[in-house]
Design a protein around this ligand. Structure first.
Ligand SMILES: [Zn+2]
Length: 260
């Protein structure tokens, strides 16, 4: 009798373990439908990927061809930059949040086929998704889900901000971000933990910030990361900068081509 009870217990434990594994797989590989409107507040029931995902991801990768294996990072793998070290005559145009995209801006970007790295919140990207999808030389990276104060929220909230934003961006543009730009440039060493958990390898700050006008004597340098915002008037300012870069024999390039 004792043996039978023991056997039943072992069998139940095995079934339970399988169900738990299956459930964590579903959550790890869950994707957002391309046109699903993002929520600005991540659902509290969604648990951001934890270290328990790592062993199951390997198994999934070998049996599934439709999903990209999540990169496994450690906090010490995270690289924080504000400039790219290069001898090539290139600079990097990055554009953050703000809420204005326009036909005029599209015209400037398309005319010069300008490579742009966008760091915008998922809600804005979703609202203007047609405009963004029409850009040929643009990639989309992480700027949190709600423009959070990442130096003052809890570690678990940081993970939700970053992983949730990744998920929406992947749903919209079919590629997961690998870079994170801290809102307002607020940075803490603790952010490395959340970044690693969400597969974000690079914290990208900037070396030049352009607001509503371009100083006449502004000189750019090789490897500069230039910060703009999606504000009204961006098309004018951007065109001035592009002309200035041409005068200074520098060309815009895409961060994704230099940060892997
Ligand atoms: Zn911002």
């Amino acid at each position: 009798m004792g043996k039978i009870v023991k056997f039943v217990c072992v069998a139940l434990t095995a079934v339970l373990a399988l169900e738990v594994c299956a459930f964590s797989n579903v959550r790890a590989e869950d994707t957002v439908p391309p046109d699903a409107p993002p929520t600005t507040v991540a659902p509290t029931t969604t648990v951001a990927p934890t270290t328990t995902v790592a062993p199951t991801t390997k198994t999934v990768a070998s049996t599934t061809t439709t999903t990209t294996p999540r990169r496994i990072l450690k906090p010490e793998d995270i690289i924080k930059i504000s400039k790219i070290q290069t001898n090539k005559p290139i600079v990097f145009i990055t554009i953050d949040d703000g809420v204005t995209v326009s036909p005029e801006l599209a015209k400037v970007l398309d005319k010069y086929h300008t490579p742009v790295t966008t760091f915008a919140m998922p809600e804005m990207l979703w609202r203007a998704r047609s405009w963004y999808r029409a850009r040929q030389n643009m990639t989309f990276e992480n700027h949190t889900n709600t423009h959070a104060h990442m130096t003052s929220i809890s570690p678990s909230s940081q993970v939700i901000e970053l992983c949730w934003s990744n998920k929406i961006i992947k749903g919209l543009f079919h590629e997961s971000p690998i870079m994170y730009r801290p809102p307002r440039g607020e940075w803490s060493q603790e952010n490395r933990i959340a970044m690693a958990k969400c597969g974000l390898k690079y914290a990208v700050l900037w070396s030049v910030a352009i607001e509503s006008s371009v100083p006449e004597n502004l000189v750019f340098h090789k490897g500069d990361i230039i910060l703009f915002h999606y504000l009204r008037g961006l098309s004018t300012v951007l065109e001035q900068v592009l002309n200035k870069l041409k005068e200074q024999k520098l060309q815009p390039a895409l961060l994704r081509d230099y940060l892997k």
